[in-house]
Write a protein that binds this ligand. Sequence first.
Ligand code: HEM
Length: 286
Amino acid sequence: MEHTRTQGLKRKYKRIGKAIDQVLEKIIKEHERSSHVQSEGQKHKDFVDILLSLMHQPIDPSDEKTHVVDRTNIKAISLDMIAGAFETSATVVEWALSELMRHPRVMKNLQQELDNVVGANKLVEENDLSKLSYLDIVIMETLRLYPPGPLVPRESTQDSTVHGYFIKKKTRIILNLWAIGRDSAIWSNNAEEFFPERFVDKSLDYRGHDFQFIPFGFGRRGCPGINLGLTTVKLVVAQLVHCFTWELPSNMTPNDLDMTEKFGLSTPRAKHLLAVPTYRLHGEAT
Ligand code: HEM
């Protein structure tokens, strides 16, 4: 019985692997085609173009067979990027909007900041983000409560003692960022509450220097997509909140919103957020 189940799983993995491979092949072939059509100067090179340009370069000029990357490496790296980027960023955007819907005061403050800094006649752009300090703390607070990579694994390289606990060399350790973010010993009695202002006088950053707040992990294995992730999440949340007023459907009140999490790698919402947008800018923003 167990054997049949394993066989079934193997078949399923193979089928999924093949489907993913087809998508990645398509992406690579499109890039190969476009690099032939356009000359070097004309084309804006993206991540896949750069990997492809390394494909035929030997690591060691005296050994033509050892290439920096091969086609399989390019597919594996691209898949890592897709898997690491989409789900994490989308999950943070959905939690941020959910908390904003539940906290009209915070939503109003954020819209006010956007109106003051960006104005009501144009869309938020990437170069506005550094001027949006309230948006910054809204995203920090969202990442504190809903880190989309909640469990960070490590293995100890030497015997060590942490707070009186002896940890043997080569022990697997799982850091629970979700629990750290809700620990009242660190964040006071309102740790469970969405309150962005708690970050106002704290000089915490995202980059793994402050162990009470490490939504992107830390050290050598820390998230390499931190800049892209933060920019995407901030820009999407800012544009959605700047362009639209959001309301819950069917006369639901903010307190009725179900905030249950789904068990999984990125702890997304158990049920997707449903909200009704109304355009709020002056005329057609550009
Ligand atoms: C808000 C968005 C994101 C969050 C919160 C996030 C969070 C994390 C966390 C907690 C880790 C584990 C770090 C560690 O072990 O110390 C990680 C790893 C990783 N992330 Fe992200 N991430 C985000 C966006 C992205 C994006 C946009 C990309 C790619 C473009 C990306 C690619 C990766 C990769 C490849 C790893 C594995 C790194 C390694 O093991 O060496 N992530 N991320």
